[in-house]
Design a protein around this ligand. Structure first.
Ligand code: MSP
Length: 518
């Protein structure tokens, strides 16, 4: 089976990451961890977009060279943020790396040789914030609608890509493969755009030099988006000789299965990118999925509007795993959502600390108190095991379809069901009657076994917490690592072996300081 290959956008390094960037990257991490636990070979790519005027101006403002600016910011802010958020990417591509630059140049030369590139003149508005040539319909009173700022008017002799020639084939592609652009609202927007006037695309700039030189005209640099989109393919060996290592990697991984993007950059991914691939005779990605925006005050959260919140501002209070959980749980993937401190605190307390964390700590405490800290004999609970089987099917279907909210809800519904089982069976009362030891042991086994399954299902979403829980169940010593547990086997009841030693671990979700509580 072809490995599952997922990408995030490569982010501009004009500034440090905020929670909007983290939203996409965490979603990608959860999805790829889920696929890994399905037993699939996975390749998860993220990285940074370092060329173009936006990054160049940020460097100028700080009186450093663009390269130094990028090097410093990537090392001091981008990579550390992803590792703090426990992002398990397989590669990190920077567009200033030789492996990328060389392949981009080779690709462009190939398109020129095939007759898809010509010299022309671009005259019109350009938004440096978006790094985008704008159409009249994209502007309100001459202002970019995303950045609420006037565009610059360019008049340049540039190299053009014959984008318009591919429009009919792209329309056909989406009509025949609706899953190639999701959600449906995004696909409809793209189709409406494609059915309007689509002109050719200027793919070079001549008024500054922070970019990859056009190989045959080195006074020009390649347009930053043309350069950036190619990262998805250069990272896995685009243009390399098929017999080389890069060429073999390309054959193994390309095309990408999912490009995760925010809806702000849908058109680049769903119009320009497939045209570039078609021009080169390469297969198209399986899916471009456009998620919504995190809003602040009803507008897209962004650093340029000074509404950017750093992930650390939230993880310092709630921890990394609650951060990873919250946005995917609270906002339907594909819709916009407002970040609210109060809502996050409320969900943290009710869903994570009470429903999930307390369930685990009560179970461990009861096993210690009533069973000498040892998991009792394997028992059966048709009620719990049937509910679990249903949960796994539902959660798996939803998550592979990028409906994280439904997937997490079904796991949390199972968690509620287990809490209901505890309330109903009242093990602390059963424990008072010595003649009911067998029953007590059965109840405690069933709770422990249900928590074993919850830990595995929640692991892609909250890896560190679930690892702690896994070892406190003693499962690491008997069942192997949590990451090795397969989604397809999680519903098989009775896996936690009798005799496993439980260990009281740290509280999974500590109580919030009251000032932050809802
Ligand atoms: N460099 C380009 C992408 C090139 S991909 C070939 C770019 N970079 S960016 O730094 O501006 O990041 C854009 C992406 O960050 C969005 O598509 C989205 O994934 C994420 N987000 C940035 N702000 C966001 C919100 N306020 N809300 C949700 N996601 C947001 O565009």
């Amino acid at each position: 089976m072809k490995p599952f290959y997922l990408t995030t956008p490569i982010y501009y390094v004009n500034d440090a990451p905020h929670i909007g960037h983290a939203y996409t990257t965490v979603a990608g991490d959860v999805l790829t961890r889920w696929h890994r636990q399905r037993g699939e070979d996975v390749f998860f790519l993220t990285g940074t977009d370092e060329h173009g005027e936006k990054v160049m101006r940020a460097a100028e403002k700080n009186n450093v060279s663009p390269q130094k600016w990028c090097d410093d910011l990537v090392e001091s802010a981008w990579k550390p943020t992803w590792s703090a958020l426990n992002i398990a990417n397989d590669d990190f591509i920077r567009t200033t790396e030789p492996r990328h630059e060389e392949r981009v140049q080779k690709f462009l030369t190939g398109l020129k040789d095939a007759g898809h590139i010509y010299l022309g003149k671009y005259e019109g508005p350009y938004c440096v914030g978006c790094e985008e040539f704008k159409l009249p319909g994209d502007l309100i009173d001459g202002n970019c609608t995303t950045h609420s700022r006037p565009c610059e008017i360019l008049s340049e002799e540039n190299w053009f890509f014959k984008l318009s020639a591919f429009v009919p084939a792209i329309i056909k592609h989406y009509e025949e493969n609706p899953a190639a652009c999701e959600p449906a609202s995004a696909r409809n927007e793209v189709l409406a755009f494609l059915k309007g006037e689509v002109s050719d695309l200027s793919i070079s700039r001549s008024t500054f030099d922070w970019g990859i030189p056009v190989p045959w005209d080195t006074k020009q640099v390649i347009y930053v988006w043309f350069d950036a989109l190619l990262n998805y393919a250069t990272a896995v060996g685009l243009t390399d000789d098929p017999t080389s290592e890069g060429g073999k990697k390309f054959a193994k991984y390309w095309p990408a299965d999912v490009h995760l993007v925010g809806k702000d950059i849908l058109r680049f991914h769903a119009v320009i990118w497939p045209a570039m691939l078609m021009a080169a005779g390469l297969p198209l990605p399986g899916k471009v999925f456009a998620h919504g925006w995190l809003l602040v005050g009803g507008e897209k959260m962004s650093k340029s509007k000074l509404t950017g919140i750093a992930p650390k501002d939230i993880t310092d209070t709630f921890g990394v795993d609650a951060f990873r959980y919250y946005f995917l749980r609270a906002i339907p993937f594909g819709s916009d959502g407002s970040f609210s401190w109060e809502d996050m605190a409320a969900r943290y307390t009710s869903e994570l600390a009470n429903d999930f964390g307390n369930l685990a700590s009560r179970l461990i405490a009861m096993i210690e108190k009533y069973c000498g800290g040892v998991i009792p004999a394997v028992a059966q609970s048709p009620e719990l095991s049937e509910a679990l089987a249903k949960t796994v099917v539902e959660a798996d279907a939803a998550i592979v379809a990028l409906d994280f909210q439904t997937g997490i809800n079904s796991i949390m519904d199972f968690c509620k069901k287990v809490n209901g089982y505890v309330t109903l069976t009242e093990p602390w009362k059963v424990a008072k009657d010595e003649s009911r030891t067998v029953e007590l042991n059965e109840i405690l086994y069933n709770i422990a076994e249900a928590i074993r399954a919850l830990a595995v299902l929640m692991h892609p979403i909250m890896p560190a917490t679930c690892e702690v829980l896994w070892s406190s169940l003693g499962a690491d010593k008997t069942l192997g690592t949590i990451a090795a547990q397969k989604i397809s086997e999680v519903a098989t009841w009775g896996q936690l072996p009798a005799g496993s030693q439980v260990v009281k671990g740290a509280v999974l979700f500590p109580r919030l300081e009251s000032a932050n509580e809802a």
